[in-house]
Design a protein around this ligand. Structure first.
Ligand SMILES: [Zn+2]
Ligand SMILES: [Zn+2]
Length: 240
């Protein structure tokens, strides 16, 4: 990666790398797949459960009715809950499979290497005990073996074992790093998924409230409730 500190870096290790040199580097550290899978399983289950929780009551209401008898408002509500569910699943897929902003290994990001790193790799020594190398305001990650971009808030995630740009946090629910400025990286998916959860809850609750309210008005305040029958048997005046 070229930058203002290029000349200083060249004094520590003049060698510029090629893609062959990148491929010859030691493998990237192994992510904690066990933790990531269990977290992702939790997050996926939670999203699918919430979708079922919000969609099922509305679908059950619609299924028990003649489609022609559904009001336009009810149809819009049901369309909205399905749209929110579809957006939530899309965001979930994006969160699971999208790149949060991992710093990739390329000739520009890997080379030139700091002297201590190149020396150890050349002599076959372990990199254990070597910390991140700070040079000219930039940081070289000793685990990913990449120079971090100096214009981005980069963090090496201990679970994913990758350097991630614009890192916000590692989500213990979805098992992925959440990163990105605004809606960049996978932050857009994350924010939209949370928004869909709130909207889904609001849509379902408001739909049920309106359905209950409509049913009450259509059959009177007491409707055909046991209270009404009991009150009429005992001569208690009831409204309506
Ligand atoms: Zn790293
Ligand atoms: Zn992570």
């Amino acid at each position: 990666m070229e930058g203002a500190g290029g000349s200083d870096i060249e004094t520590t290790s003049p060698a510029m790398g090629t893609w062959a040199d990148v491929l010859a580097l030691p493998p990237l550290p192994r992510p904690d797949f066990c933790a990531m899978r269990s977290e992702a399983c939790c997050g996926n289950s939670l999203v699918l459960f919430l979708i079922f929780l919000f969609v099922a009551p509305m679908q059950a209401h619609a299924s028990g009715k003649d489609p022609a008898s559904l009001s336009m408002a009810a149809r819009i509500w049901i369309f909205a809950i399905y749209a929110e569910a579809a957006i939530a699943i899309t965001c979930l897929i994006g969160l699971m499979w999208g790149d949060p902003g991992t710093v990739k290994r390329t000739p520009d990001t890997c080379f030139p290497q700091p002297e201590i790193i190149s020396e150890r790799l050349r002599t076959g020594q372990s990199l254990s005990g070597v910390g991140n190398v700070h040079e000219d305001g930039r940081v070289f990650c000793c685990r990913c073996l990449v120079w971090r971009p100096d214009d981005s808030d980069v963090h090496h995630c201990a679970t994913c074992q990758r350097c991630v740009k614009e890192f916000d946090h590692h989500c213990g629910v979805f098992g992925r790093c959440i990163a990105g400025d605004g809606c960049g990286g996978n932050m857009g998916y994350f924010k939209t998924l949370i928004l869909m959860g709130v909207l889904g809850c609001a849509t379902c609750v408001s739909f049920m409230f309106v359905v209950a309210s409509t049913a009450t008005h259509s059959s009177g305040m007491y409707g055909h409730s046991p209270y009404r029958s009991h009150a009429m048997r005992n001569g208690v005046p009831t409204p309506g």
